[in-house]
Design a protein around this ligand. Structure first.
Ligand SMILES: [Zn+2]
Length: 390
């Protein structure tokens, strides 16, 4: 494996070596033959053939080091190694470049930029952070360095710095970063909540909403904060805002809303709200919430009647599962046993089904992630609904 990767490396080095020797030893030859190849090169080749690739690389680096015009080749080799996952070698090449006093400002900045990416790839976040922080003041790399820094601060969960760098990126690129910034404030709000600092959490939630008025996450956090204050009226306002923010996330709010309305004894209002929603959006989460209300207020028979009529035209596994569950409670003997078998089947089907999916990369999960663990986009993972009937 190592040898084959080095043979790959050998191609540009060999070509360059020929070019290099040709320049130094006039007259230039179009064809390179082994007679004109330097002893150092042959030494490197020897190491390579003896399967001592690291020594071979050192020799090749040495060979290339003499002339400042070989910097581009160093950079190309370094990034080639990084792309092939041989990060240690990429680091060695780039460090070797940076150590040279003859580099001009742009060349040094390019080498630092490459080395920063090597460190990031190797998971050496502190070192990558130090390099990219140096590079945000050097013009050609400012924007890319800011993006890398934001990525690093996200990985380190340093949300304050992620906000700071995103603001700088907005200025530099002219592109708004409000979605991410709102999430960083939400992350900070969750930390404040975990520490029991309710007023700081509330301030941060407001900042998230100021940054992105469509932040569903901020509305959920705000609603939950009001719920723990037992201020259900305000909590209902926060949760109901989600319908306008992003209807896809409404299932996240429905059970919380039901809870708030029932704690204030206003199930009728919940029922009216659900009916409005049902008229506009249909969808299994709404049908299930309505079934729960009917069950509480009018009993199992009415709930069975309601859910049966609601799913007749578009049955979904989740709704079928609920219908079977209601029927089991109201049956006995052989019929009950048959229903239990059916319930086991729908249960297995539901277990195998993801609940959330990323609309960008397709990653699916049972849990809601605000940032996709696969493609790292924010707000890309949404509840899957209305797809269960297929
Ligand atoms: Zn994704």
């Amino acid at each position: 494996m190592l040898l084959s990767s080095l043979l790959f490396l050998l191609l540009p080095v060999a070509a360059l070596s020929g070019w290099y020797m040709g320049r130094r030893e006039k007259p230039p030859e179009k064809d390179v033959n082994l007679k004109t190849t330097s002893p150092t090169y042959l030494k490197g080749l020897n190491f390579l053939l003896n399967e001592q690739p690291d020594k071979a690389i050192d020799v090749f680096i040495q060979l290339l080091e003499v002339d400042s015009e070989t910097i581009e080749t160093h950079l190309a080799l370094g990034s080639l190694f990084r792309r092939r996952g041989e990060v240690d070698r990429a680091i060695r090449i780039h460090q070797n470049l940076i150590a040279r006093p003859t580099l001009n400002k742009e060349q040094r900045s390019q080498a630092l930029f490459e080395l920063g990416q090597d460190y990031l790839r190797a998971g050496l976040l502190d070192r990558a952070e130090a390099l990219f922080s140096e590079l945000i003041t050097s013009n050609p790399h400012t924007e890319a360095a800011l993006l890398y820094l934001i990525d690093i601060y996200q990985q380190e969960k340093d949300w304050e710095k992620a906000i700071e760098m995103s603001r700088r990126l907005e200025v530099k690129s002219g592109h708004k970063q409000f979605t991410q910034i709102a999430h960083y404030y939400c992350e900070l709000a969750e930390l404040a909540r975990a520490e029991g600092d309710r007023s700081r959490a509330m301030k941060l939630i407001k900042r998230a909403l100021n940054s992105d008025s469509k932040s569903v996450r901020a509305s959920l956090l705000e609603g939950e904060a009001y719920m723990s204050d037992e201020n259900y009226k305000q909590a209902i306002k926060s949760f109901r805002r989600i319908e306008q923010q992003d209807i896809n996330y409404l299932p996240e709010a429905i059970s919380r809303l039901s809870d708030c309305y029932s704690r204030t004894g206003k199930q009728d209002e919940m029922s009216a709200y659900l009916q409005q929603l049902y008229a506009r959006h249909k969808g299994t989460p709404i049908i299930l919430a309505m079934t729960n209300l009917v069950e509480d207020q009018q009993g199992d028979d009415k709930a069975i009647e309601f859910i049966t009529s609601s799913i007749k035209n578009a049955p979904t596994v989740r709704a079928m599962d609920r219908l079977i569950e209601l029927n089991i409670r109201n049956s006995e003997g052989v019929e009950k046993e048959k229903l239990l078998v059916l319930k086991e089947i729908t249960g297995k089907l539901l277990d195998a089904k993801p609940i959330y999916q990323c609309h960008i990369c397709g990653f699916s999960s049972k849990q809601l992630y605000w940032q996709c663990p696969s493609c790292r986009n924010w707000d890309a993972i949404k509840p899957i609904h209305d797809l269960e009937g297929e």
